[in-house]
Design a protein around this ligand. Structure first.
Ligand code: AMP
Ligand code: MG
Length: 413
């Protein structure tokens, strides 16, 4: 199976204001076809650099995808650079010109002379119609290599890639089947997870394993390619069960479901209800829980008790308890969870109290958070230390609180 490289063209992509998103879309599409992107680069509007990058890409990969630089102006150099890199001429295409002229007529605009630039085709290239824009894409089959020139605007590139490039690529590629496994994991850092499963997945090159880390949330993708579905499954079976066993109940989803979705399902299955008592998370727990349609089946409500006085008045946390241990303490986290459970009559209650920073009000180090959980089996608290800035502390606390609930729910079948 051939490999791919992507070249995103445009000086604006080298500023802090614009990012190359086309390559993400193209990568996703190529991966579905079983093609791996081995490298991608961003090159400014510079003919020599661009031509050098194209030659370099062609020496490393069979498939080279270029996006951008097909516009009508001086700085749109992709056609020129590809012709230079391949040692081919640019040929004026009357067919493209007629098409561009027709586009302008359609929008009742006068075609500027510069638009004629867009009618140049690299010698030997096939035209990829672009009904959303003026510049067509180009497909160059080099017998063993293929080079694609695609328009920069994502609204043009995406349909063009799907409609024109995917069918051509499919014809070029050997028949193959892709099978995947997908695990979402909570409550574990990326480096710990990698240390745990790398010894397994590095044994093989197929399936390819990718790890995407978010805030207390990691996605593990395994993608196997083979001539038949059975072969692909066999390749997956050589590593996936072992990875699954190592991760154990830290895996919360195998189909991409969010943690809040999984919790909703567990609560619904048990006919159980939930409430929350939030301080440091400031409503983020309730927000995530209620983002799921149908959450009113199990979520009764919550308390946003940011001050000590509100913790006492709304949740019944004894003022003396706060006085003795401070608001950021195991004792107060437990009392908040108990209070929410008692006052709402819910089966489960989650609480979060902590120091998100940058200053500490209680003397506890910034990033110290206590999560409380009250269940039919009792109440407990857990201390977490979250590194990083304020929003990170709050997001991670929310994620770990939801995961704590998930663990207690699966423990109480
Ligand atoms: P161009 O085809 O180079 O004239 O690009 C036209 C417009 O498409 C640019 O102004 C960008 O807004 C957008 N664009 C170009 N390349 C990319 C890219 N790699 N990712 C996302 N947007 C892009
Ligand atoms: Mg450009």
């Amino acid at each position: 199976v051939p490999d791919a490289e992507i070249i995103a063209v445009g000086s604006e992509l080298l500023t802090h204001e614009r990012v190359d998103t086309n390559s993400l879309f193209v990568t996703e599409q190529l991966n579905v076809l079983g093609v791996e992107v081995r490298r991608k680069v961003v090159i400014g509007d510079d003919r020599a650099r661009l031509a050098a990058a194209i030659r370099d890409a062609l020496s490393n990969a069979e498939i080279v995808v270029l996006s951008g630089g097909l516009g009508p102006t001086e700085d749109d150099l992709t056609r020129d650079a590809v012709a230079a890199a391949l040692g081919r001429n640019l040929i004026f295409s009357d067919e493209i010109l007629a098409w561009i002229e027709q586009r302008f007529r359609l929008f009742q605009r006068k075609m500027a002379d510069v638009n004629r630039r867009q009618a140049f085709l690299v010698e030997g290239a096939e035209i990829l119609p672009n009904p959303r824009g003026t510049a067509p894409g180009q497909w160059i089959d080099l017998h063993g290599h293929v080079v694609m020139l695609l328009p920069g605007p994502p609204g043009e590139l995406k349909p063009l890639f799907v409609n024109e490039c995917v069918p051509r690529l499919t014809r070029h590629l050997p028949p193959q089947v892709i099978r995947t496994r997908f695990f979402r994991v909570a409550g574990m850092g990326e480096s710990d997870l990698d240390a745990l499963i790398a010894p397994v997945y590095t044994r093989v090159a197929n399936p390819v394993t990718t790890i995407l880390a978010g805030m207390g949330d990691i996605q593990v993708h395994l993608r196997a390619r083979a001539g038949t579905a059975e072969e692909a499954e066999t390749l997956l079976e050589a590593v996936a069960p072992e990875i699954e066993t190592l991760l154990g109940d830290r895996i919360y989803s195998r189909n991409g479901d969010l943690l809040e979705t999984v919790i909703g399902q567990l609560l619904r299955e048990r006919g159980a209800t939930l409430s929350v008592a939030e301080s440091v998370t400031g409503g983020m727990l309730a927000q995530r829980i209620t983002s799921i349609a149908g959450s009113s089946d199990y979520f009764v409500g919550g308390f946003l008790t940011y001050s000590n006085r509100m913790k006492t008045e709304l949740l019944g946390v004894a003022a003396e308890l706060i006085e003795a241990h401070t608001a950021v303490s195991e004792e107060v986290a437990r009392a908040m969870a108990e209070g929410a459970r008692a006052r709402t009559g819910s089966d489960y209650a989650l609480a979060a109290t902590g120091e998100a920073g940058p200053e500490s009000a209680t003397g506890a180090p910034v990033g110290t958070v206590f999560l409380g959980i009250a269940t039919p089996a009792g109440v407990e608290a857990r201390k977490i230390g979250s590194p990083g800035e304020r929003q990170r502390v709050r997001s991670l606390s929310t994620q770990l609180a939801l995961d704590l609930l998930r663990r207690r729910l699966i423990a109480q079948r």
